[in-house]
Unconditional design. Structure first.
Length: 726
């Protein structure tokens, strides 16, 4: 197919400045999935689209990465779902990822004698990313691109590539030099620039680039460039790498390196982490400006996933590997560029690298962001532009929601935990990042705000000022790894807030009525080696008034339960529950029992375990596989059990059963984060999700009719999808 080969020759490169996004005028429902068919050029019939999705303008995605393969390893399948939706999907790559310039695995015979050709290797990696992107968008890895320069900030040019068959898909390459080491401190790196160890960082010009010279970026220039991207594309969702990776168990020592530059060694690449920090700084500035639509942020765990249980099923992993094989030039096919057609350091080995079988959000989310108000209306809380927004039903039980009202807070991340007190008032809990500045360390803290009892003019509940609960870790560097809070109130109104600490233990504070807080304390552990739990713990109150906490490490699940009124939970001994692939969800059963929901590693299958009031944990249900990953929302009322989970297309799927979960229902809608569940004024269990367009959808249980749930309705109450089918 020589007519479709896109050569990076001078006559094909368009030297045009200030290029913007070209979006089609046709608008269809978001997340349109294409009918299966033979994919031209991909070699995988039926797995990739035969044509691009029509462009939609209801949402927009910006991905900020450090190296050309980061989004393929750590953000997929969500990256591909965005591309296939037809929404503007833009990836900004900060560095060239030039490494040593040898486009081969280090184990290759004669590797040390290969020449160091960094400009050519950068171009080969760029080619690999665009081929993989074209494959996801069109099914044809050689679908041509328009290659040109653009200016994000005055005086600096970057390379812009636009997929001709789907011009809403774009790639931006800034080409800053990479650190070239995963952890070894290097002043000439993104991290050195972020920390001030170097005042400027140079770029590296790829082979055959439309950008003809190098540039020196100051820290401010990088932030301003990312702000310009946000201004240009007005994203509804920004995806970044992990700003808060977990530290290595054994710290590396770097003699002679200044302490600030050495820092703590983490299970991730220093470029990954710093790219996320630059993204946070740019978002903070962008949110301070006037813009037309709010932004949600999702951050993805990087190299650390290789140490964690697989949270993708086998089919999703195989598909992800096929995309990575395209990036890695595994088949050796000719793309028409002498610099190379992909990254042979990746090559065909992605199936053997455990980065491929996970897709993990740093913030695990919580299902308790939807709660009833005293007048019966449901309220929903989520983070947009780093601040809490609140939606309320216009009338109790109608499923028609108001426009979101701003509640407050700044630089909050993850999802909001909402606690309902016995008097019906609400209390919000969240995690806040404080960016570094003059005399101010980079740190994170847990914060809370209490409802005042008043309502705003739009009918939303009003809240008082935000109070810092500090951090389980006083050291700013260690506070970056503190987990996201979960909260529960006991029968006397004492509030317990639990969070993972730096070392992997569980810590808590208590406050009578949600105020007058005690100091942070550790939950007790059984004798022997203390567990190193993962984020994604949960807490609940049983009908006997006892507080329960569950958390998982990479092998099993741990359980704590309070023994008396107001007492902290104590370990209950080994649960002997199997490995969980992600966050846990906990809900009370009658008689002091507890039900727990998680996912099985390698299959993503939803598993249910139960513990009678005075008994032991046992597995009780295993639902049919639907793919997906992440937290499963859980609720039950009497004998009715409701589950809400992500499937392999990024849609929410529902289950309703008597005593035990029922079959999964079809007809789900796409969403982000974790579904919320609450009972409405008519006694119906209501599942609420937040779309990538920043709008709510909801479905409710029904006792009559063919299906156990109503059809999904949008924020305005209008039907978004057909009634769920069995």
């Amino acid at each position: 197919m020589p007519g479709r080969i896109s050569r990076l020759s001078r006559r094909r490169v368009l030297q045009v400045g200030g290029a913007g996004l070209v979006v089609g005028t046709g608008t269809v429902g978001a997340w349109q999935w294409l009918a299966p068919g033979s994919a031209q050029g991909s070699g995988h019939a039926g797995e990739f689209p035969v044509r691009p999705a029509r462009a939609v303008t209801t949402e927009s995605f910006v991905h900020i990465i450090a190296h050309p393969d980061d989004s393929l390893y750590f953000m997929n399948p969500e990256l591909e779902q965005s591309i296939r939706s037809g929404a503007p999907t833009v990836t900004v790559c900060l560095t060239g990822g030039e490494s040593d310039g040898r486009n081969a695995l280090s184990q290759t015979p004669g590797y040390g004698r290969l020449p160091e050709r960094r400009p050519e290797f950068v171009r080969a990696r760029i080619n690999g990313l665009r081929e993989a992107t074209a494959q996801m968008a069109t099914g044809d890895w050689l679908s041509p691109w328009k290659v040109e320069t653009t200016t994000l900030i005055p005086g600096f040019q970057v390379e812009l590539q636009t997929l001709k068959a789907a011009p809403q898909v774009q790639l931006i390459f800034m080409e800053l030099v990479e650190a070239r080491f995963i952890r070894v401190p290097r002043k000439e790196s993104l991290r050195g620039l972020w920390l001030g160890a170097t005042p400027k960082l140079t770029t590296l010009v790829p082979a055959d680039s439309p950008v003809k010279r190098t540039y020196l970026y100051e820290r401010r220039h990088v932030i301003d460039s990312l702000v310009a991207v946000l201004d240009r594309y007005r994203p509804t969702v920004v995806r970044t790498l992990d700003p808060n990776p977990t530290h290595r168990a054994v710290q590396q020592q770097f003699p002679g390196v200044p302490h600030d530059l050495a820092g703590i060694s983490h299970y991730d690449h220093q470029d990954h982490t710093t790219s996320a920090h630059f993204a946070q700084a740019a978002l903070a500035e962008y949110w301070g400006r006037r813009h037309s639509r709010p932004t949600a942020v999702e951050s993805f765990v990087g190299y650390e996933v290789s140490l964690l249980p697989s949270n993708l099923d086998a089919a999703t992993t195989r598909h992800k590997v096929k995309i990575l094989d395209t990036y890695g030039w595994a088949d050796g096919k000719d793309c028409g560029d002498p610099s190379g057609c992909g990254d042979r350091k990746v090559g065909a080995r992605s199936k053997d690298v455990r980065w491929s079988n996970n897709c993990r959000h740093r913030a695990p989310g919580t299902q308790r962001w939807v709660q009833p108000l005293p007048d019966g209306r449901l309220s929903a809380f989520a983070l947009l532009d780093g601040t809490v927004h609140c939606w309320t039903e216009t009338k109790a039980g109608t499923g028609v929601w108001s426009r979101p009202a701003t509640v407050g807070g700044s630089m909050l991340e993850g999802q909001v935990e909402v606690l309902r007190h016995a008097d019906g008032t609400l209390q919000l809990f969240g995690m806040r990042t404080e960016l570094p500045g003059r005399g101010r360390a980079h740190r994170r803290e847990i914060v809370t705000a209490r409802q005042t009892g008043k309502v705003t003019g739009g009918g939303a509940p009003a809240f008082g000022g935000w109070e810092s609960l500090g951090s389980p870790e006083a050291d700013p560097a260690r506070s970056m790894e503190v987990g996201y809070p979960v909260a529960v109130a006991d029968k006397d109104g004492k509030v317990f807030v639990f969070a993972r600490d730096w070392a992997g233990g569980v810590m808590f504070r208590t406050g009578e009525g949600g105020k007058d807080w005690t100091d942070w304390e550790h939950l007790a552990v059984d004798e022997g080696q203390p567990p190193v739990v993962l984020d994604g713990l949960d807490a609940a109150l049983d009908d006997q008034g006892r507080v329960h906490v569950v958390a998982a490490d990479s092998k099993t699940v741990y359980h704590w339960m309070s023994e008396g009124d107001g007492e902290p939970p104590q370990p209950t001994g080994p649960t002997r529950l199997p490995t969980a692939s992600g966050p846990l969800s906990l809900a009370p059963l009658s008689g002091g029992g507890m039900r727990l929901v998680t996912r099985q590693p390698g299959t993503a299958r939803v598993l249910v375990a139960e513990r009678p009031g005075g008994g032991k944990w046992r597995m009780t249900s295993e639902l049919p596989p639907i793919g997906g990953y992440g937290r499963v929302a859980l609720a039950h009322d009497g004998r009715t059990v409701v589950l809400a989970a992500r499937d392999d297309k990024g849609r929410v799927r529902l289950s309703k059963g008597s005593g035990r979960p029922g079959p999964w229902q079809g007809g789900g809608v796409p969403y982000r984060a974790t579904p919320g569940i609450a009972k409405d004024a008519r006694g119906r269990t209501t599942v609420v999700v937040l779309g990538t367009d920043g709008k709510l959808s909801s479905a409710r249980t029904q006792s009559t009719g063919k299906y156990p749930f109503t059809a999904w309705a949008g924020q305005d109450g209008r039907t978004r999808s057909a009634a769920p089918s069995a």
